[in-house]
Structure formats: structure tokens, C-alpha cells
Ligand binder design. Structure first.
Ligand code: 5GP
Ligand code: ZN
Length: 113
């Protein structure tokens, strides 16, 4: 499949992998928007948030739970951090394999851009 993040999962493209388990992979974003900027992805290919089905509810929970776990490990969980999921073109999605951005180490503003 011609998917950048599936290629990272399959080790066909290198990435700075920071976490892996049976269901999830996390790696540093190549163009970080914060001192720490990781992407957390399910190992199963799902193109956009719109493609989630009820059977995927546990997977989405795992994605969010993994973000909090990695934030704690990175040391910024208490001071605060930002998680973002972009959907489709106007939402700013550029890679069509769902991913959660986990950003920390600076102050974020709201509402975002
Ligand atoms: P999106 O815009 O789809 O929400 O986020 C895609 C993210 O993937 C961007 O933050 C971008 O910097 C990151 N990205 C794109 N290509 C690569 C790559 O080859 N390696 C890594 N580690 N990150 C990538
Ligand atoms: Zn994929």
C-alpha cells in the first residue's frame, strides 16, 4: 500500500521511533512544531477520522491513552500539552493514515490557527 506511515510501521522508511506495542507506533515528527512533537498511529491502516467504525472505539481509546502515557514519560504531562488530529484537506491533514500529534515543552494558544 502506498502509505507513508504504513511504510514507517513496516520499517521500509526510517523514523525515530519512540514507542511501539501490538497496536500502536509513536515516532518523532520530521518537522516538529514544539520541543517535543510525536505522532502516534495505529498499526492498522485507517485513512481519516471519518473512516472509523464502532469496532474501532477501543483503538481510539488506546491512541489517546498512549498520548497521555508518552506525555508523562516525556515529563510535561503536569504542566500541560496539546494533542491534535487533523481530518481531510481543510482540517490540515496531509498524511492519510490517522495520527495523533502529541506536542509539549512550550505554551500553546487557543483557538489554534
Ligand atoms: P498532518 O498534517 O497529516 O496532520 O500531519 C502529518 C505530519 O507528518 C506532519 O506534521 C509532518 O511533519 C509529518 N511527516 C510527514 N512526512 C514525514 C516523515 O517522512 N517522517 C516523519 N517522522 N514525519 C513526517
Ligand atoms: Zn497507512
Amino acid at each position: 500500500m502506498d502509505c507513508l506511515f504504513c511504510k514507517i510501521i513496516n520499517r521500509e522508511i526510517p523514523a525515530d521511533i519512540v514507542y511501539e506495542d501490538e497496536h500502536m507506533l509513536a515516532f518523532n515528527d520530521i518537522n516538529p512544531q514544539a520541543p517535543t512533537h510525536m505522532l502516534i498511529i495505529p498499526k492498522r491502516h485507517i485513512a481519516t477520522l471519518n473512516d472509523l467504525e464502532e469496532a474501532d472505539l477501543a483503538l481510539v481509546g488506546r491512541l489517546q491513552y498512549t498520548a497521555a502515557k508518552l506525555a508523562k514519560e516525556a515529563g510535561f504531562a503536569e504542566e500541560g500539552y496539546r494533542v491534535v488530529m487533523n481530518c481531510n484537506e481543510k482540517g490540515g491533514q496531509t498524511v492519510y493514515h490517522i495520527h495523533m500529534h502529541l506536542m509539549g515543552g512550550r505554551r500553546f494558544t487557543w483557538p489554534a490557527g
